[in-house]
Design a protein around this ligand. Structure first.
Ligand code: GDP
Ligand code: GDP
Length: 443
């Protein structure tokens, strides 16, 4: 769960909707989302000042921040509006500033404009409540805010909202491609593990000796061959089974070629089934193979094979090894099997499905931020050098594996980041999948 440059995911752009109360921000947000989102649960002690939604316009994804969820009160309202605008601007790539065309500009509007000017973020001015053509003239008077052309819109009736969104998206950086390639067809499984751990025995047990060969991958010298294998009623594409079935031992460097081959299979797979010999101590080589699968971001099932050869003492010792050596793979789906006797081999299918499900989990942005809000309220980051780093918001940049980006003010301590990662898993599961968390500090 560490951040590396290689897996740095592009963030979905963020648009904040700001403006004083009652101008129609929430109505506009719902218009943009095209539905009434379930209101995020009120949690005592947690402000609902900013709610984050996943939005999509003409196939472009962005996150919409609604800053409207607070009750206006006379006392200190101007300060509150300014503070809201500042918070929103700090997290956003672009700002949609909403004014009420039927009211005209107010001092509160002017206060927001000053915040927006200082931020130097791109701003789009929406003159709302322009319900018909007659109100257009009122919208035009909003030029006096000095923010360029007012885009007239009726959030309530939808008038002008499409043009408004087109204009908003022009202000945003290119939306990222989702790289969690859902290619379709049978899910791709790599059977991995050190020599003699029982890979070909397991393959023979589930596929039989009848080979249902799919195809050769052109241009490779080691002629990998995939097989379609049915496990628990579901057909999977087992990757490079030639390398498993053929008991060739290259005269020289066979370890080296075997590991190249394993790496190739992992790269092509969506889920890895890693076999470990339960009857023998866990080795460095086992750990290397597991680490490989994790670093490649694949879903993972650990199958402890040769269970028939284990006695109570060995099983107790294995428990200790799992806690000591395999603790970093605590998230993987695990099964105890015997390829020889067939014991619990029927649990392989459900374990693969569980891992794939965890791997492809998507957490809606509103849900994620409600969780992050609760977490930061209950466990704020310790103060560092007089400053308190905080998580402003988070978004899941992609699935397969789940990859999160946390936008923070100030850098989080490593220990706090690990704490957040742990709680993310506790909250949302992701069984069978690595989870990546990246931090972007915005000042
Ligand atoms: P917020 O406090 O800025 O989030 O404002 P709301 O979205 O809660 O809207 C305040 C009031 O203005 C509500 O009664 C809305 O129904 C109304 N409203 C919002 N948009 C429009 C609009 O385009 N036209 C008209 N006539 N009323 C609107
Ligand atoms: P591979 O090199 O990983 O493909 O391993 P093999 O499938 O060739 O198995 C290596 C040896 O372990 C063979 O002698 C198998 O019969 C034996 N073996 C595999 N699975 C089991 C098992 O579950 N229990 C027992 N007792 N032996 C097994």
């Amino acid at each position: 769960m560490t951040e590396t440059a290689a897996d740095s995911a592009p963030a979905v752009p963020v648009v904040a909707v700001v403006g004083r109360p009652n101008v129609g921000k929430s109505t506009l947000v719902n218009r943009i989302l095209g539905r009434r989102e379930a209101v995020v649960q009120d949690v005592p002690g947690v402000t609902r000042d900013r709610v984050f939604y996943d939005a999509d316009w003409n196939g472009r994804k962005f996150v919409l921040v609604d800053t409207g969820g607070w009750a206006p009160d006379a006392a200190g309202m101007a300060a509150r509006i300014t503070e809201q605008a500042e918070l929103a601007v700090a997290t956003a790539d672009a700002v949609l500033f909403v004014v009420d065309a039927t009211v005209g500009t107010t001092d509160d509007d002017e206060a927001v404009v000053r915040v927006l000017r200082r931020s130097k973020k791109p701003v789009l001015l929406a003159a709302n409540k322009v319900d018909d053509i007659r109100a257009e003239a009122e919208a035009a008077s909003m030029w006096n805010l000095g923010l360029g052309e007012p885009h007239s819109v009726s959030a309530l009736h939808g008038r002008g909202s499409g043009d408004l969104l087109d204009a908003v998206l022009k202000l945003l950086p290119e939306a990222p491609k989702d790289t969690g390639a859902e290619v379709g067809g049978p899910r791709r499984v790599a059977l991995i593990g050190k020599p003699n751990v029982g890979k070909s025995s397991l393959l023979n047990r589930i596929a039989g000796s009848e080979r249902s060969v799919v195809d050769d991958v052109a241009g490779t010298t080691v002629d990998p061959v995939d097989e379609l294998v049915e496990v628990g009623g579901v057909t999977y594409r087992f990757i490079d089974t030639a390398g498993i079935r053929r008991r060739v031992k290259e005269a020289t460097g066979h370890e080296y070629y075997a590991s190249l081959r394993t790496q190739g299979a992992i790269e092509r797979a969506e889920v890895c089934v890693a076999l470990i010999d339960a009857s023998q101590p866990v080795t460095e080589q086992d750990l290397r193979i597991l680490t490989n699968a994790e670093e490649s971001g694949r879903a993972l099932v650990i199958a402890f094979n040769k269970w028939d050869l284990t006695d109570d003492e060995r099983r107790r010792y294995l428990e200790r090894e799992i806690e000591r050596d395999l603790i970093q793979f605590g998230w993987a789906s695990k099964i105890n099997i015997s390829a020889q006797t067939g014991r619990s081999v029927d649990r392989l299918g459900p374990a693969i499905e569980e891992a794939l499900q965890g791997w492809e989990t998507r957490i809606p942005t509103a849900k994620l931020n409600a969780f992050l809000g609760r977490l930061s309220a209950a466990h704020p980051h310790p103060v560092r050098g007089g400053k308190q780093p905080r998580i402003m918001f988070g978004t899941q940049a992609k699935a397969a594996p789940p990859t999160f980006i946390l936008f923070t003010s100030g850098l989080l301590d490593d220990s706090y980041q690990r704490f957040v990662e742990r709680r993310l898993r506790e909250e949302f599961g992701f069984v069978g999948s690595p989870v990546h968390v990246q931090i972007r500090a915005r000042e």
